[in-house]
Write a protein that binds this ligand. Sequence first.
Ligand SMILES: Cc1cc2nc3c(=O)[nH]c(=O)nc-3n(C[C@H](O)[C@H](O)[C@H](O)COP(=O)(O)OP(=O)(O)OC[C@H]3O[C@@H](n4cnc5c(N)ncnc54)[C@H](O)[C@@H]3O)c2cc1C
Length: 558
Amino acid sequence: MTSLLSSLHRPQIISKLRDEPYDLIIIGGGITGAGIALDASSRGMKVALVEKNDFASGTSSRSTKLVHGGLRYLKQFEISLVREVGRERATVHKLAPHLVTAEKMLLPITEDGTFGKFSTSIGLMVYDVLAGVEKADQRKMLSKEETLELEPLLNQETVEGSGLYAEYRTDDARLTIEIIKTASKYGATSLNYCEVQDFLYNENGKVEGVKCIDNITKNDFNINGKVVVSAAGPWVDNLREINNSMNEKHLFLSKGVHIVVSHEKFPLIHSVYFDAHDSRMIFAIPRGKITYIGTTDTPYKGNINHIVTNLEDVDYLLEATNIAFPKLSLEEADVISSWAGVRPLIFEDGKDASEISRKDEIFESPNGLLSIAGGKLTGYRKMAEKIVNLTADKLKQDHQLSFKECFTEQIHFSGGPFKDESEVNEFRGKIAERIIIYGLNKYYALYLVANYGKQTEQILDIFLKLDENDVEVRIALAELRFCVHNELTFSILDFFMRRTGRLYFDIKSINKLIEPILEAFKSYFNWTSEKVNAEKMELEKAIFEASNFEYSKHINNE
Ligand SMILES: Cc1cc2nc3c(=O)[nH]c(=O)nc-3n(C[C@H](O)[C@H](O)[C@H](O)COP(=O)(O)OP(=O)(O)OC[C@H]3O[C@@H](n4cnc5c(N)ncnc54)[C@H](O)[C@@H]3O)c2cc1C
């Protein structure tokens, strides 16, 4: 049987997209498109999803990687947004506790800070109530001594105490990919490197499909569908232009950057949400071998297909961090990696980047195209439910088709199911015992289970069959084989950025993996030596751009 997610079955997937009629075509393989694909396919709709680059290559691999309620939106009185995404945190955690893990966040209180002692206490209490946080996880207020004991790197001169509250952490790209894989179990057909270039219209001028180009072979083909939804994130307006349906509503793009330093340089124990020098707030989050810091929030008018971190972004984040954590004295040279993305926000007259609401919105074109933008990673499931409800109404009205109600709050993602976090811990413990015998250290148990959940077993089975002496190379080769067969992985960046996160969280490990991974790609796809060189250069460029910032000025001005 053809696996709909094997990279080796690409021609068969394209034939299926070309030859079969669909109820719903989704443009965009970020978290929004992935969530819609799962919701619609699980209700019984016949679904196609196409992504012009790799899945999650847009904003959905560039976020702070928190499944959070957005405490700061409380300050802007966005009560319904905080309630909705706050409650979603627990749901998404329940669906994939290996991938969405509980993370206590420390909110230091300083004399000139955003929140005083009283407002922090009240604010966090309201946050807990709105988000329905269970008693054991509700906020705790800590004294100065308790705060510094928990996080000794904080500024002893300025910290007056803190609030400790509950959030969740994830890997946005893996979350997106696992949701796409889960949708495939319900019959959704998804394809990356497949770009929508135009729309198909019926005799009444209504949208009834898309014209695509396969970005790997450069062949074009059409897909027919009764409803087309654009979940193209920052590209939503580009598609509305192609569809001749732009109106006064439009996107406002705000750039956000995160920088990565080694955990030795910034040995943070807890995630901290702290004040920057310009009264914005920033996260510092420890994660395995590194700590990452972000984010910035600045209007963006550059090239959305190539967004890079520049020196101003890095200087701003370093200055804020060095003030809040004065023992560090971090410098530009300490930044080993970074990522930059843009938030596809809905423009609001007279508001600047950080004031604009993170609410999502659906635009319906007169010719039937539905577009959805705004929102947050955390709220993807609710966004999907809204637009799939609308799709179901259209399918009922125009085609007399009926579908089930949304039940995605019960669908565990591939990589599970796990009953709860304690079952994940138990599984991780068993994996750790097993891999130590093979010569892999405890870090790999953390990494593999967070990335792949129970699919770690399949990767270890492959690992045992491979003929390679260096165990770190061997595990990467096993991961690659798994990703090629199960996750539509076509390029070296798909692998190092979005399937494994190594470019961000373990950049130093890449060097010795480049050649063996390229060699393996070559054998899977019969790459020519030109293609191998081109892929190697792509990776080198990505590493350079993630860790060198001076040159980027002119790129952002393109
Ligand atoms: C710096 C930053 C930090 C953030 N932090 C958080 C956070 O911690 N928690 C949280 O909940 N949210 C966070 N967000 C918000 C969250 O990341 C976004 O709301 C979410 O990722 C948007 O997903 P999307 O699927 O709508 O867009 P995208 O991920 O950009 O997906 C759209 C996709 O459409 C594809 N596409 C475009 N045009 C075409 C075409 N013609 N044909 C086919 N495909 C096409 C693109 O290639 C892209 O992959 C953050 C955002 C930023 C920028």
